[in-house]
Design a protein around this ligand. Structure first.
Ligand code: URA
Ligand code: SF4
Length: 232
């Protein structure tokens, strides 16, 4: 006995799927454009419904930078300020990142900056929106955008900022605190490394601890800069 009868009354038709009708989207893959350039990817990502995160976010925050950038930085997910601005790393973590890049001799204009997940995930806390770490299903759903960005930009060096990016791109066994700063073999780019996320520094209350962490972040970025200079 078939479950779906072909003569379903029209009033019920939108609640059942006809054979051959599209399944609901389960990943960003369903939204990727055929011809991939940064502008075409950005336009397509604005319409992405590949996971439920778009529902509570203001807009897609796509990566930013030149297609010819030789360095790509990958964060976790846009925060409150990025969600409102529609641009990655423009809030407090972005300011800290800018300072660290400058201290390492890297111009932000020479960098392509993006995130593993492109919509802000949050829960309300009073009037504030508190960041929630994206889960494995959301990361997997969103990864096609990042893969496409890497494919188009083809950076010489790629740096994961924090554990979410490092585990998504380098594998679940990667430990940022243990493995930070050194270059790992990866098909993603000739030079690939990971360092701490600037947000982790913002959470440190102790001034000395924070200053030391900033110095180490700058050291990790300076090592990348040295590799970029060597290959130029
Ligand atoms: N944290 C991130 O991981 N990405 C941003 O764009 C901002 C904060
Ligand atoms: Fe699409 Fe990523 Fe946004 Fe989910 S988080 S809707 S996969 S862009």
């Amino acid at each position: 006995m078939p479950i779906h009868r072909r003569d379903t009354p029209t009033t019920a038709r939108h609640t059942t799927r006809e054979p051959g009708e599209r399944e609901p989207p389960t990943s960003a893959r369903d939204f990727l454009p055929a011809r991939r350039t940064l502008p075409s990817l950005r336009r397509a990502a604005a319409e992405c419904r590949g996971c439920p995160l778009w529902r509570n976010a203001t807009q897609t925050v796509f990566g930013e930078g030149l297609a010819k950038a030789r360095l790509m930085l990958v964060g976790e997910m846009p925060g409150d300020r990025e969600d409102l601005a529609g641009r990655p790393f423009v809030g407090p973590a972005g300011k800290l990142l800018d300072d660290a890049l400058e201290a390492a001799g890297i111009e932000r204009g020479d960098v392509y900056v993006t995130n593993v997940v492109k919509h802000f995930k949050w829960v309300p806390r009073g009037k504030r929106r508190l960041h929630r770490t994206p889960d494995v299903a959301e990361i997997r759903a969103c990864l096609p955008w990042l893969e496409a960005e890497i494919d188009v930009v083809k950076p010489y060096a790629l740096v994961c900022l924090g554990a979410t990016a490092a585990k998504a791109l380098l594998g679940p066994g990667f430990r940022v605190l243990r493995d930070r700063g050194r270059f790992v073999d990866s098909p993603l780019a000739p030079r690939v490394s990971a360092t701490v996320h600037p947000s982790a520094l913002l959470r440190m209350r102790d001034r000395n601890e924070r200053d030391e962490a900033l110095e180490r972040l700058i050291t990790d970025l300076a090592a990348v800069k040295a590799e970029l200079d060597k290959s130029a």
